[in-house]
Design a protein around this ligand. Structure first.
Ligand SMILES: NC(=O)c1ccc[n+]([C@@H]2O[C@H](COP(=O)([O-])OP(=O)(O)OC[C@H]3O[C@@H](n4cnc5c(N)ncnc54)[C@H](OP(=O)(O)O)[C@@H]3O)[C@@H](O)[C@H]2O)c1
Length: 253
């Protein structure tokens, strides 16, 4: 096995989720010490156990990424437990509801923007503060093709928040590449996860809908998204700065 992250410290927010879990395990398999962060302590503990059972190094940190002090403590935990922070993958996100804009619930709107946009802002703010003072680092933000690239009626808060993440990534990349901090985003299409299944839909219904909606004819596996995130956070992508890589089976081709 290649170990692109041997000796590195990686932080994954949303690690208790489908995409974050796949990425956290992949970082651990490739040699990183991984801080797995999310709200669900039990699921985080399972991932730590799994990483350790495969010979990896990982530990859990419980965080609400909408709270600045908790996000600062998350970065500090990576530093105090493992001696630094080299790589951050910001996957924490929520979908909100499906409703036409005029019927969209205001509190849900606020929650979606708080987690998806302010959460990524706060994560980057504290990650960068450490990285630029300690020789640099790499950040990958998980956006969505439903933001700046594709359209879905009824997903206004999610789409607006993700389009903003794609643009925030570009601005932050320009702000901090001279500090040695390389920042990019990925914009996945539908992944095999509860988030890609509409209310009342079974997994089989979702797969049938995607068979024709996506040129590739299927949703992605979480591992396919993790693979792109790992490439973007490895030295293999060292000249890629401020990009927003769409990974969507051809949906926006
Ligand atoms: N699944 C898809 O089809 C798809 C497509 C395109 C983009 N994406 C994006 O990919 C990312 C991961 O999606 P997923 O399918 O893995 O979703 P998921 O399984 O629902 O996981 C979401 C993660 O975000 C965490 N989270 C939510 N609110 C948080 C908060 N306030 N503070 C800290 N953590 C919080 C959750 O933590 P807890 O579970 O511990 O609460 C969970 O770990 C998201 O940003 C999503 O928008 C997903």
């Amino acid at each position: 096995m290649t170990e692109r992250f041997a000796g590195k410290v990686a932080l994954v927010t949303g690690a208790s989720g489908v995409v974050g879990r796949a990425a956290a395990l992949a970082y651990a398999r490739e040699g990183a010490a991984v801080l797995v962060a999310g709200r669900d302590a039990a699921r985080l503990a399972e991932i730590v156990k799994l990483a350790e059972s495969e010979g990896g190094r990982a530990s859990a940190f419980t965080v609400d990424i909408t709270r600045s002090a908790e996000v600062a403590a998350m970065v500090e935990a990576a530093v105090s437990r493992y001696g630094g922070l080299d790589v951050a993958l910001n996957t924490a996100g929520i979908f909100g509801q499906m409703a036409p804009l005029a019927d969209y619930d205001e509190d849900i709107w606020d929650d979606v923007l708080a987690v998806n946009l302010k959460g990524v802002f706060l994560s980057m703010k504290h990650e960068i503060a450490h990285m630029r003072a300690h020789g640099g680092g790499v950040i990958v933000n998980v956006s969505s093709n439903l933001g700046a690239h594709w359209r879905l009626a009824g997903a206004s808060a999610y789409a607006a928040s993700k389009a903003a993440v794609s643009h925030l990534t570009r601005t932050a990349a320009r702000d901090h590449i001279a500090d040695g901090v390389r920042i990019n985003a990925i914009s996945p299409g539908p992944v095999d996860s509860p988030m890609s299944t509409r209310p009342g839909e079974t997994r089989a219904d979702r797969d049938e809908r995607m068979r024709t909606a996506l040129p590739i004819g299927r949703v992605s596996t979480p591992e396919e998204i993790a693979a792109a995130a790992l490439w973007l956070s490895s030295a293999d992508s060292s000249f890629v700065v401020g990009a927003d890589h769409v990974i969507d089976g051809g949906a926006t081709a």
